[in-house]
Write a protein that binds this ligand. Sequence first.
Ligand code: FAD
Length: 300
Amino acid sequence: MTFDMTAERPSRLAPERRPDLDLSFEFFPPKTDAMEARFWESLHRLAPLHPSFVSVTYGAGGSTRERTMRMVHQIKTDTGVEAAAHLTCVGASREMVDEVVRGYQAAGINRIVALRGDPPEGVGRPFLPHPEGYSNAAELVAGIRRIGNFDISVAAYPEKHPQSPSREADIDNLKRKLDAGAQRAITQMFFDNGDYLDFVERARKAGITAPIVPGIQPIHNFTQIAGFARRCGAMIPDWMAERFAGLEDDPETHALVASAVAAEQVLELVDEGVTEFHFYTLNRSNLVLALARVLGRRPG
Ligand code: FAD
């Protein structure tokens, strides 16, 4: 067997020849003072990495409406970093959703991550739109567009949305959202890069030209992330479960393995030509800082 050690890997090029990367970071609105302290500490550590934007999620059923709005405003005014607000259609009329959008417009926030959302009981239950509400993300995107010139991101599912009848229907749905006026798709977490690369190829064949930004979930806590993944239809490969097996009471080794696993994932994607990454931070900074460094991004 021979190895081609001379093949050029973009991730290993000298800094001046390496492709420029766009990074974005996702946070969730904190519930308590202690969580809020961690939110700001992480944000202040990650802001010097010059993300294109930082986004703040919208709790199930719109339960975090005020907190999401407050955090988004404060990120922009306190740190100068571009902030994006997640917004869902759950349990709200079009008028209520439009009012939130107009509030962002008035506050100078022009980035929105537009989502359908899930019923409060979870994605396993059918989604019943509010009688006067938007019934899916494509309708929401069109509604936001009618209000103003927002930069809109939508969700994409490399392993298919759990409620989608087929992989083709899922791509058609993504196309509807982009055709309605979204600029980019951000993917659900995935751990097998083959799923993402295959999804992008199928999307391009279906005529989708917008960026499809991989959503990278560093494994801060394997048990917790495996639970999230199960609920949103993302597969945990056996090899990955095996790497974390037995580390429940060994946080130091767990963190080192998590860093190695995520580094392998992002470097492989860079070598496949990917230049944009969205990191699910869970309001923590350590693993994302390490990954940014591996990708050649230094705070400054
Ligand atoms: P849609 O794109 O509307 O699609 C949902 C499902 O309905 C798909 O199966 C689709 O195929 C089907 N569908 C849609 N329209 C039609 C139609 N016309 N006919 C037939 N089928 C249709 N959730 C939150 O609550 N808050 C958040 O902040 C949040 N942030 C997220 C960020 C990212 C990057 C991602 C990937 C997900 C996020 N989610 C969030 C989860 C998301 O709300 C759920 O995955 C939800 O189940 C689907 O939302 P969507 O925007 O993808 O829905």
